[in-house]
Write a protein that binds this ligand. Structure first.
Ligand code: 4NP
Length: 152
């Protein structure tokens, strides 16, 4: 199963979601079941490494990120089975690229799987360490639930 995580810049939230997902899949022996990737709807950070604050916060939480920024393309909607947007703005941007009901049905807000509170994963780009940690906590619990949902 191919799973894609999408934010705006592809340097903070979605590369973290991808790395958390891969770390959890590995922990439960399902690395070969899933292919996970991430991208941004914007073109600002194509070719860039993730934000240093995201890398540092992820490492503090036991997650290593290996990703280079890329922008979403129409073919992602055909190639991936499930596409998870970090917020409603990016959900709408992804849906504008969809060309069929099948493609549209693959796209969901990631926090639809948050067991505590639904909505957007807040953009931490202009925030501080507490904001990066909040993003980590949201994604950590949400991806636990998401993965259970994908394998059941
Ligand atoms: P991300 O965060 O969408 O979680 O990667 C952002 C990164 C960069 C910018 C905005 C959000 N930016 O405006 O450059």
């Amino acid at each position: 199963m191919k799973v894609l995580f999408v934010c705006l810049g592809n340097i903070c939230r979605s590369p973290l979601a991808e790395a958390i997902f891969k770390t959890k899949a590995k922990k439960i022996g399902l690395s070969d079941t899933f292919f996970a990737d991430s991208c941004g709807t914007a073109n600002y950070h194509i070719g860039d490494s993730p934000d240093q604050r995201t890398l540092k916060n992820a490492r503090k939480n036991g997650v290593e990120i290996a990703h280079i920024g890329r922008q979403i393309a129409k073919k992602d909607l055909t190639e991936f089975d499930r596409i998870f947007a970090m917020d409603r703005f990016n959900l709408e941007a992804i849906l504008r690229l969809a060309e069929s009901a099948t493609e549209r049905s693959k796209v969901k807000l990631i926090r639809d799987f948050d067991p505590i509170e639904t909505g957007d994963v807040p953009d931490p780009y202009h925030g501080n360490e507490a904001d990066f940690q909040e993003v980590f906590s949201i994604l950590d619990r949400t991806i636990d639930n998401l993965m259970m949902n994908l394998i059941k």
